[in-house]
Unconditional design. Sequence first.
Lengths: 191, 320
Amino acid sequence: MRLHDVSSLEAQFSRVLASAKSGDEQAWTAIYSDLAPALHGYLRLRGAASAEDLLGETFLQLARKLQDFEGEYAQFRSWAFVITHHRLIDERRRHGRRPTVNGEDELAEVADPSHSPEQIALANDEWPWVAEQLSALTQDQQDVILLRVMGGVSVEETAAALGKKSGTVRVIQHRALTTLRHSMRARSVTE
Amino acid sequence: MGGNGDDMGHDELLNPDDSPELAHLLDRLAGFEVPVDRETQAVHLSAMRGVIVPVVDLAARQGVAQTTERPLHQLIAGNLARAAAAALVVLVSIGGLAAAQALPGPLQSAASAVAGVVGVDISRAQPAPTTTTSAPASTTTSENTPDSTGPDPADAASASSPVAVSASAATVADTATSVTPACTDDAQSDGNGEEESDDDAGKTADDDGTAADDDACGDDEQNETSSDGVSATTAPAKETTASTDADPVTTVDDDDDSDDGDSDDDDSTDVSDSVDEDDSSDEDDSSDEDDEGDSGKSDEDDEESSENDESTDDASDKDD
């Protein structure tokens, strides 16, 4: 099982990357279209106050640094998630706030009628269930799980992004999964 | 970046006896997306266009294939180093794009490269007034009579006095400093520059792209960080000193200390701080879990102690 389905961008990433580096707008649009929803989802899950703004900043940074990038699609995706995470950290610093625990706040935001029909449809899907499960995790655990699972970020890169050691990230990941197991088990018993 | 890349899947996170629900949750997370509305997309793509075009233009103009900062670093580190340095100083201290326009060919090309990185199009500058373009003279002259008109700017390209150009810039004191050179400073100082350590796209997890990176190379903030009250005669004098080492940017960097303080260091600290805040709660939560889930995980136990250390002292994060 892959972390993400094979996207059209992934299938032709090398060519798109080369085109993007040469300034081809269509290539950039393809990259944006492929990654933006996932990065946006990450920011939403992490309770970003200005998810769209951070998303824009992320892509600006990608545009600035793309010339230096060498790698495959999975690496590019991981890189984008790490940048997104750093943007999130920047926002938290600016706002002097702790991240909002995934839960009601985010649910209300995503379910906001001002969002597009697609977003509303998404909100009506399994999103509440996903957010509920994540709410059992600490912020560190959410950071690790989301970067690892959503972004396909390696343990080492996750550690670097979070300012922790790789071993610590593994511990946090292990505990997060343990917590999820217990939480799901408890819920299934209750229900 | 990307660690194991294609081979990575969240199956590796699961145990064989894990419930289908957990696998389902990870599946959902892996594919979790929130669409971006068209209006926002348009804004983002438009903003990106503003970044991409100058970057590509720079690469084309310099004949250096498809790179941004690195070609500039190479340019500065290479045989045009002094020309680039002189051009840079002209831009910084004289403050006039017009002045750059009057530079001789190779020097103007170097100036264009420097300006291009920060999105300035020298070709659009108005013709340079004589008083502005007449740059600087020798180092000695410039120190004593900063407002004197010196020899042809071409002299600035000479190996011995690239920065002397700057000393003539007394008329534009408010542009005496700029962060722009900070980017080139890095390039000159270590050949790679601060950018690479943070942005190693596709290489390491450093990434990145925190605000620090932006500060380091060509953002709008650069213009905001001009040192207050630095007279034209003061700044160029320092630059002149630096020029003898072919490192004019060092001086500019000194002027920009306030700006530098807003850069990478802050970001790394922030990352650590924000994470550390959570550590304590994480550890609290995990105390019970250790008894159950972590048994037999001696390595993780070891890590736990290190995690505790980190959570209690922000500075220790960096040391680690």
